[in-house]
Design a protein around this ligand. Structure first.
Ligand code: FAD
Length: 143
C-alpha cells in the first residue's frame, strides 16, 4: 500500500522557468531521500501535485509545502491509501499540459475554472476530484 495526497494551489504571480526549476530541484532531491514519488504540473498560475509514499513522509512533505510562500490557497483533492504507486519512476516528475490528451486538457481547464471560482473550495468537491483523476490517468501513460 502507498499513501497518496493530491492537491491544487495557486501561485500569486506567473512563475518563470527558473523559479519552477528551483522548486523541482529541491523537490526531487528531498523526495528521493524520503521515498516520495509523484507529479507536479504548473499551468497558468495553477499547481497540481501528486505526492505518494510512506504516510508520515508524505504528510510531512505536504506540511512543508503548505508553508511555502510561492503558492497559496492549497485545496486538497484527496488523501489516503492506494494499492500501489502511480508514478513509481518519478521522484518529482514535471508535467506540461501539452502532454495531456484531449480529456486531460478539458479536465485541467475545468479544474482551473473551479479553483478560480469566487469563494470556491475544492476540498471534498467530488467533481474536482474526478477531474483530477482524469489528469492523473493521462499523465500515468506518458511517464
Ligand atoms: P531548503 O534547502 O532550505 O530550500 C530549497 C530551495 O528552495 C532553496 O534554494 C531555497 O532558497 C528555496 N526556497 C525555499 N522556500 C522558498 C520560498 N518560500 N520562496 C522562494 N524560494 C524558496 N518540497 C519537497 O521536498 N517535495 C516536493 O514535492 C515539493 N513540492 C513543491 C511544490 C510546490 C508547488 C512548491 C511551491 C514547493 C514545493 N516544495 C517541495 C518545496 C517545499 O515547499 C520546501 O521549500 C522544501 O521542501 C524545503 O526543502 P529544504 O528543507 O531542503 O529547504
Amino acid at each position: 500500500m502507498v499513501y497518496q495526497i493530491v492537491y491544487v494551489s495557486t501561485s500569486p504571480e506567473p512563475l518563470t522557468t527558473s523559479q519552477i526549476s528551483d522548486i523541482l530541484n529541491s523537490s526531487s532531491g528531498n523526495n528521493a531521500r524520503d521515498g516520495i514519488t509523484g507529479l507536479l504540473m504548473y499551468h497558468d498560475q495553477l499547481f497540481f501535485q501528486v505526492l505518494e509514499g510512506e504516510r508520515s513522509a508524505v504528510e510531512s512533505c505536504y506540511s512543508r509545502i503548505g508553508l511555502d510562500g510561492r503558492h497559496s490557497s492549497l485545496a486538497l483533492m484527496w488523501k489516503g491509501e492506494d494499492a500501489g504507486r502511480t508514478f513509481p519512476n518519478w521522484a518529482m516528475g514535471y508535467a506540461i499540459p501539452d502532454k495531456l490528451g484531449p480529456q486531460g486538457k478539458d479536465s485541467l481547464q475545468s479544474l482551473a475554472k473551479l479553483k478560480n471560482g469566487k469563494g470556491s473550495t475544492l476540498t471534498g468537491n467530488t467533481v474536482a476530484a474526478e477531474l483530477a483523476r482524469w489528469i492523473i490517468r493521462d499523465f500515468k501513460d506518458v511517464q
